[in-house]
Ligand binder design. Structure first.
Ligand code: ADP
Ligand code: ASP
Ligand code: MG
Length: 408
């Protein structure tokens, strides 16, 4: 008998009929002779509605994070009860568990907690007595008993971590697309489904805007070697296997293209070109717990340098506040210059390690479409550029075609 973990995302549980569909799928898996754990998200739109409610009632865009977690965790709590009811209504045997009841303990960093431990005793007891166990994704409890959540998209992480803790034979992430595609199929309609992808490639794609998997979930899967499959909850087509890198994977130069909208660029102009200046700017940003991305410093000719970095546009105000005192202390000429409305495009593939000319080919494709590149950054297996936000979809389509990803 195998033990299977199936995670169903927001769209897959978005209506009563969809929840019944999930119930049927879980029952069918059990009927094949397996023990089954279902990890479910909030019904689609529910988490966003709760975020809006929180800002409406508190008159603050950043309500107290402890209370945010108490609120947001209710979304998944609705779905576990409803899914369990649907299974029981079909004559099956199911039991719902919140994150805490499932033994998921985290650190105390509200709204982006890390899982520290899972004690799967309650889960195993229920499985052994023939239940399908339905666990709330996205949530846990810290050592002091406070409810925590794992960051947006965090039900993916719950599923991977539970699969590792119970030593599942199979972990499936069921969603509203047939698998991981060479680019978001909503943007590039002829994108192709990828059969097998290495953890490292999936991690780079997820971290650069490919929201089909939460990046922390992929990081966890890589660390604990949890192979998982991304596939559709609406059909039985084979999906994408995410696994360890193997030697044949290097022959594919570009595995996929990612896009990330709603980015902004900050330039700190006229920073004195001396040791410690950059450190002070970025320490202030780190203290404010802001996630920043590409960093570029130009060569100083006059003893003053410009430092630019990108971040999510919603964090612009916080970034300005965070560095205000540093800018003041650096002298009268240093200035904070924000630019909104930019987006990031990335190409990812482990084959880049052994193939040259990828950057030239990408930049060429963008130039031929008259798309201006604003910033560039590279890693061993990724090249990212920022472009005007209005150009991002066209840029993705052109780069996808240039690497012939529609023909894999
Ligand atoms: P869930 O609610 O199941 O967690 P998500 O909305 O988080 O689902 O992720 C699925 C969505 O991710 C798809 O509908 C698709 O538009 C988007 N997506 C973005 N990039 C890709 C990609 N490269 N391959 C597949 N889906 C992608
Ligand atoms: N409901 C949470 C969110 O919308 C977690 C998840 O769906 O994975 O981000
Ligand atoms: Mg998701």
């Amino acid at each position: 008998m195998s033990l299977i973990v199936q995670k169903y995302g927001g769209t897959s549980v978005g209506t009563p009929e969809r929840i019944q569909n999930v119930a049927r799928r879980l029952l069918a898996t059990q009927a094949e002779g397996h023990q089954v754990i279902g990890v479910v998200s909030a019904m689609s739109g529910v988490t966003n509605t709760l975020v809006t409610l929180a800002t409406d009632v508190s008159g603050d865009t950043t309500p107290p994070e402890r209370e945010m977690d108490v609120l947001l965790a209710t979304g998944e709590q609705q779905t576990i009860a409803l899914t369990s009811m649907a299974i029981n209504g079909m004559g099956g045997k199911a039991r719902s568990l919140t994150g805490a009841q499932a033994g998921i303990t985290t650190d105390g960093v509200h709204t982006k907690a890390r899982i520290e431990n899972i004690s799967p005793k309650a889960i195993h007891e229920l499985l052994d007595s023939g239940h399908i166990v339905i666990i709330a994704g996205f949530q846990g409890i810290d050592r002091d008993g406070h409810i925590t959540t794992l960051g947006r998209g965090g039900s993916d992480l719950s599923a991977i971590a539970i699969a590792a803790a119970v030593k599942a034979d199979l972990c499936q992430i069921l969603t509203d697309v047939d698998g991981v595609y060479t680019c978001d199929p909503r943007v590039v309609p002829n994108a192709q489904k990828i059969e097998t992808i290495a953890y490292e490639e999936m991690l780079e794609l997820a971290s650069s805007g490919t929201k089909v998997m939460q990046n922390r979930a992929v990081e966890f899967a890589n660390k604990f070697d949890v192979n998982f499959e991304v596939r559709s909850s609406l059909n039985d087509n084979p999906g994408t296997l995410v696994t360890q890198e193997n030697s044949s994977m290097e022959s594919v130069v570009i595995r996929g293209v990612s896009l990330e909208r709603d980015q902004a660029k900050v330039t700190i102009e006229n920073v004195p070109d001396k040791p410690g200046a950059a450190s002070r700017v970025f320490s202030a940003i780190a203290e404010a717990q802001l996630n920043i991305d590409m960093i570029v410093q130009n060569v100083s000719k006059t003893g003053l340098a410009d430092i630019s970095f990108t971040l999510h546009r919603d964090d612009l105000g916080k970034a300005r506040d965070a560095v205000a005192h540093v800018i003041e202390s650096l002298g009268g000429e240093t200035r904070f210059t924000p630019q909104d409305g930019i987006a990031k495009l990335s190409v990812v593939g482990i084959g880049m390690r052994s193939h040259s000319g990828v950057a030239a080919q990408m930049f060429d494709a963008l130039a031929s479409a008259d798309i201006n590149i604003q910033m560039i950054s590279t890693s061993e297996i990724k090249i990212s550029v920022t472009v005007d936000g209005a150009d991002i979809e066209r840029a993705a389509q052109i780069v996808h075609a240039a690497f012939k990803l529609h023909m894999i």
